[in-house]
Design a protein around this ligand. Sequence first.
Ligand code: KIV
Ligand code: ZN
Length: 514
Amino acid sequence: MSKDRLIIFDTTLRDGEQSPGASMTRDEKVRIAKALEKLRVDVIEAGFAISSPGDFAAVKAIADTVKDSTVCSLARAVQPDIERAAEALKGANSARIHTFIATSPIHMQYKLQMTPDEVLAQAVSAVKLARKFVDDVEFSLEDGSRTEFDFMCRIIDAVIDAGAGTINIPDTVGYGEPEEYGGMIGRVIEGVANSDKAVFSVHCHNDLGLAVANSLSAVLHGARQVECTINGLGERAGNASLEEIVMAIRTRQDRYPVDTRIDATHIVPTSRLVSSITGFPVQPNKAIVGANAFAHESGIHQDGVLKYRETYEIMRAQDVGWGANRIVLGKLSGRAAFASRLEELGITFDSKEELASAFARFKDLADKKREIYDEDLQALVSEVQTHEADEKFVLKDMEVISRTGSLPHARLTIRVAGEDAAVDADGDGPVDAIFKAIEKLASSEANLQLYSVNAVTEGTEAQGEVTVRLERGGRIVNGQGADTDVLVASARAYLNALNLLTTPGRLHPQMEGV
Ligand code: KIV
Ligand code: ZN
């Protein structure tokens, strides 16, 4: 049986970034976009260009860099959004504008305060305007799963006539149930007269843990694009996870009439990259990319796997990229080996100075840690890119005294807007002392919501990657720091979070109305 292509639309950089605290810098987004291109994602939703100057710059940089995937920007169904998206996408080999408006009774009445006819007219003009800039236009019916069926068919018919080539019916609030949601997609495809002129797409949120099941059910009923994210990142409980969708389809070819062009051997490295950049750890029992996904604990399982792998394994770990990142560098590796490994990982620098600074940090790290893995290099580059730009707070020096029977004491020198300042404090523990000392200086009034440490690689000499989540006035940021000394990593992560709080916020596509 010949298979249809299922288009994989990755929205890690847009919906994924809407996870509270998951904001990324332009350089970090470009690194993730390059990894997604290597993974052979069909469409990369690079951001929401109008939401901030930073988002615009990221969409533009990705459009200028990525060659093998379509690059897409989100735009509400209004002229300024569409023009801004078109401007950011100018340099792309293949560009898509993704415009949307809410279509459910509850959203139209309370959020938009518009009648269905007004919504339909605005959707049609938005699609027509977008088509003036690009041939590839996607239209989304926000809150599609709670949209009244006849209205849904009417608006879809009209936007296809206006030039939309992809129709996305999101389960925005994660309310759908697989049989019901998939069945609805099938009925819409049947009920819309010109449905053969568009690709039908789904975009499911995971509020009930059903995002992947709902997406796969829709595929069985005719959807040919799935919107998903690495590690299932996304607004609230997240989106359907790319790795689960792709591997379900690949592993159960007996069930699905589709295949993807994804190179699955890049799944685990991409998952790690996204986790390290966003500071969202992957739970050990997460399917495909969790540390335990291919680990066999019980004796019975181990015995079975050793005798005949298929007794307990339905996929091979190496097919999804486990073990792919094991090439090591060490103390004696030179600049050429370092640069060439970075290039293979898709990492490039804007300037020679940045490369020199990364190499200096590499040498520093190699003095403390015998073998440097790809994960170390990723963490190190994040450090260079996030901690060297024009930051308000920079750690210059730190001493921490921790002795049994007495309060830990931290003394720090921090560069604040170009001037060095010394500060010290006691704390309940060494990390507490460091954070108290920083706060003496910064007086940020932020609340510490999360402090977590993950080992970048295995062993006691591994770098600790620390995430610090701060909240102030409803805004949440995640700071990151990595070092073989977890106390240094903790100080850097806290300062990074403070620096992020000093940057301007962004417009949220769904909360502001149109
Ligand atoms: O969840 C949603 O409805 C969205 C749209 C903007 C596509 O993210
Ligand atoms: Zn969404």
